[in-house]
Design a protein around this ligand. Structure first.
Ligand code: ANZ
Length: 806
């Protein structure tokens, strides 16, 4: 028995697979269905970590399984290479972002290849290549022409350290997700993509997707559709009205004050009428220093003040009510003003308590004492003509009343905001827009694309937070596409999420220089059949890609609605101590070292064995050795091979394993697939010999997980042709149902340890089934009659023992 030479055979097979273009996907293969299998492409951070390995290994197992199942699989890979981390690293190391990025790509490409994946490298895309970003610019221009891009002065999340605007999604707990600096609000002119135009479809489209429920829920919350009513409150003594959005119009009689957001434009309009304007202006100024998120933090004590001199009128009661300004109301949601019902809304309740405002109950929980602030459903009280109505019915009736009196309308609101895509940084796609004094903003003519990112000696952001491209006169100066007179280029670059919002389309035709992809090829491959990657992209990348797909569909470029039909997230690999891996904890596992030590297949097998693909697990060096022993034992089986038919019992076991492994593979339960293979391996070892045909099938089952050793053993022991034919050109084994039918066994029945009978039951029957069958046996019944059963001992497929009190 020899030690299995992992490193030698692994390199050899990887080379052989490349030499034979084994994974280069053809658009058409007769008799095979196309299967587009995609992993989220990596950011060019410079080093693959174990999380990448985990992701790519699991994805590769599934891809290889699909290949064996007979699909024509395309599994492309590329690099997401623009963006801030590259720029920040380049600043730190005093090199050009381009150099840093492309060196990293070279290194990462080599690392990825050691995973032994079936990626089709001929389709590689790199988002910072002009060949690629020409089409990112094209996409932006198409969205612009469709009216889906606008330039607006918007209050934006500004990171003072990165000196750039961040999308809402990039602000975590009020801080920049990259550098943890507290984010401030700043009014800036920005290019904005109108994702909200597709809010409804982005929501309804989730229904039919085979995605993790949590991810769908996150998208639903992020889109946040809310149905309610916009009520108009007349103001006094001015001839103006203030609309408020509410989901609880049934509480209208309980409104005791209104609250308006500090940035609400109405406040500026009422400046002259507001008696305490100075105080109000002060408050507005303070609120500007907080982000929406900070303002919404629940535990925070509410602040605000009353606007003196202006009041509102409740449309149903005619009562005059005070108006407050407070930052717990956001301008960006609804109408930027609310009707406050402290008896039935907690935030309003807190505010009313603090400012000593009246609290009027209008909903009663049936037959129960009502709490101080009751937010649930019930029956209306203190509500005039609507008294005694259940809340749901009251909502409809009050809405009707408001509509009739022109005081309100049904309204749907969304939490989703438009996508601000301007970044005041260097390392990104130049936004292909030109500003002319006379003709305003104009898109760069498509024949002039790409607008290339120039090399800049100084690529650091300017002190004013302007894009570094502003420093390059050569870049900025251009001609207006309309009049040909002098004009200026946009100096901002695109958010990198624009780059990755369409890369999956490019893979089907990555070198096309006439269009982003040939429609015929798009039809052949898209949408993506299986998409695998991190759950952290739930509301960013995945939402943007869905939006872009829908927008391009409506422009006639695509004929499907959703980009990713099936989505799976990989779990998280923790350090041996069960903690998140980090340099400071010293618990980082370096995949390169592990591969060097054990070989790729061992690392792959171990990663697959850690748990279901979607769950997290901690790296256990002892278990890695276990994976190595497992493969070594398979290697050793070669000595047991005979050209003989194996027993029926062995065949039954083999076919049971085929069934189990196939089902597990489809569900990304690679861990239990390996367990099943381990059980079969034990059976093989215990048998007198291993039939060559059985070994062949065993290797095919193993091959998605450990492709190199499977190929080697298959070539050495199974392959018959003289020219090279890979195990991955074989088919996935089919189990024979008649072989795995459960057979009957004789179950021995004991009472207090003495044999009292036997009965036939299905093999694998559980304790309950065995107990029922045993109790039917006459002799056993006699012994158990009128006796209390104390305990039942059960040995599956062998015996059952009733312990009774005598
Ligand atoms: C009166 C009321 C009474 C409310 C009640 C709730 C309970 P969703 O479901 O998230 O859409 N609201 C509206 N606009 C707001 C803004 N700009 N900033 C902060 N809060 C705002 O929530 C809608 C509810 O959130 C609205 O219904 C409003 O409070 C508040 F017993 O109106 B409600």
């Amino acid at each position: 028995m020899s030690q299995y030479p992992a490193n030698k055979i692994e390199k050899k097979w990887r080379q052989k697979w490349v030499d034979h273009n084994l994974y280069q996907a053809e658009d058409d293969v007769p008799g095979r269905d196309n299967f587009y299998h995609l992993v989220m492409f990596p950011y060019t951070s410079g080093n693959l970590h174990i999380g990448h390995w985990y992701n790519y290994t699991g994805a590769d197992v599934y891809a290889r399984f699909k290949i064996l199942e007979g699909d024509n699989v395309m599994s492309p890979i590329g690099f997401d290479s623009f963006g801030l981390p590259a720029e920040n690293a380049a600043i730190k190391h005093d090199i050009q972002p381009r150099e840093w990025t492309y060196d990293n790509i070279d290194h990462m490409r080599k690392q990825i290849k050691t995973i032994g994946t079936c990626f089709d490298w001929s389709r590689e895309v790199i988002t910072s290549d002009p060949e690629y970003y020409q089409w990112t610019q094209w996409l932006f221009i198409q969205l612009y022409k469709e009216g889906l891009v606008s330039r607006e002065k918007v209050s934006s999340n500004w990171c003072p350290s990165c000196k750039t605007v961040l999308a809402n999604e990039q602000v975590v707990d009020g801080q920049c997700e990259r550098c943890d600096t507290p984010v401030v609000q700043k009014e800036i002119e920005q290019w904005t993509i109108k994702t909200t135009e597709y809010a409804d479809e982005l929501l309804s489209g989730l229904e039919d997707l085979d995605w993790p429920k949590r991810t769908k829920d996150m998208q639903r919350n992020w889109i946040g559709r809310s149905q309610g009513v916009e009520v108009k409150f007349d103001l006094e003594p001015v001839d103006k009205e203030l609309p408020a959005f509410t989901t609880r119009i049934d509480t209208l009689y309980g409104v005791t004050y209104l609250v308006i957001a500090p940035e609400h434009p109405l406040l500026q309009d009422l400046k002259k009428k507001i008696k305490n304007w100075e105080e109000v202006a002060d408050y507005i100024e303070q609120a500007q220093h907080k982000t929406d998120r900070q303002r919404l933090i629940e535990e925070k004590e509410k602040t605000g003040l009353e606007i003196k001199g202006v009041q509102a009128v409740n449309p149903v009661t005619g009562n005059k009510i005070p108006i407050f300004v407070s930052d717990y109301v956001l301008l960006s949601y609804g109408t930027g003003a609310i009707m406050a019902v402290p008896a039935h809304d907690e935030r309003d309740y807190e505010f009313a308590e603090k400012f000593d405002l009246p609290i009027k109950q209008v909903i009663k929980k049936e037959d129960k004492e009502t709490e101080k602030c009751y937010q649930g459903e019930g029956v209306l009280i203190n509500s005039g003509q609507f008294n005694d109505l259940p809340t749901e019915e009251a909502r409809q009736k009050i809405l009707k009343w408001l509509q009739k009196n022109d005081k309100g309308e049904a309204k749907t609101n969304y939490r989703l905001r438009d996508w601000i895509v301007s970044r005041q940084r260097y390392w990104g796609v130049p936004i292909p827009m030109v500003y002319c004094e006379e003709h305003g903003w104009q898109p760069v003519p498509e024949e002039d694309l790409p607008v290339k990112l120039p090399q800049l000696d100084n690529f650091r952001p300017t002190e004013e937070g302007q894009s570094p491209l502003a420093r390059s006169e050569d870049f900025v100066k251009t001609k207006c596409p309309v009049c040909g007179k002098e004009a200026q280029r946009e100096v901002d670059t695109l958010d990198t999420f624009v780059d990755s919002s369409w890369y999956f389309l490019r893979y089907v035709d990555p070198h096309n220089d006439k269009q982003f992809a040939d429609p015929k090829k798009i039809k052949k491959w898209l949408p993506v059949d299986a998409y695998i990657g991190g759950a952290e992209h739930a509301v960013l990348h995945l939402l943007y890609s869905r939006f872009v797909t829908k927008a391009l569909r409506d422009m006639g470029y695509l004929d499907f609605d959703e980009p990713f039909l099936k989505l799976r997230h990989q779990g998280f690999i923790l350090g041996p101590d069960g903690q998140k891996m980090s340099k400071s904890r010293g618990n980082v596992i370096d995949p390169d070292e592990e591969v060097e030590k054990h070989g790729t297949d061992v690392v792959r097998t171990y990663l697959c064995f850690m748990g279901p693909f979607s769950e997290s697990g901690s790296w256990q060096p002892e278990d890695v050795k276990g994976a190595k022993r497992f493969l070594q034992r398979i290697w050793d089986l070669q000595d047991q091979i005979k050209d003989k038919e194996s027993s029926r019992e062995m065949k039954r076991k083999l076919h049971q394993t085929i069934k189990k492994v196939g089902e597990d593979m489809e569900q990304f339960k690679f861990n239990t697939a390996i367990s099943a293979l381990m059980v079969l391996l034990n059976d093989f070892e215990d048998a007198d010999f291993v039939g060559r045909k059985d070994f062949d099938l065993f290797l095919r089952l193993l091959s998605p997980i450990a492709p190199h050793i499977s190929e080697e053993l298959w070539q050495e022991n199974i392959a018959e042709r003289d020219d090279f034919e890979s195990i991955f050109e074989q088919s996935w084994p089919k189990y024979k149902p008649e072989l795995i039918k459960k057979e009957e066994i004789e179950l021995v029945i004991q009472v207090n340890g003495k044999v009292r009978g036997e009965t036939k039951i299905k093999q694998g029957a559980d304790k309950e089934m065995a107990r029922k069958a045993a109790k039917k046996v006459d002799n056993v019944q006699r012994y158990l009659k009128e006796k209390e059963i104390h305990k039942v001992v059960f040995v599956p497929d062998k015996l059952i023992n009733f312990v009774i009190k005598n």
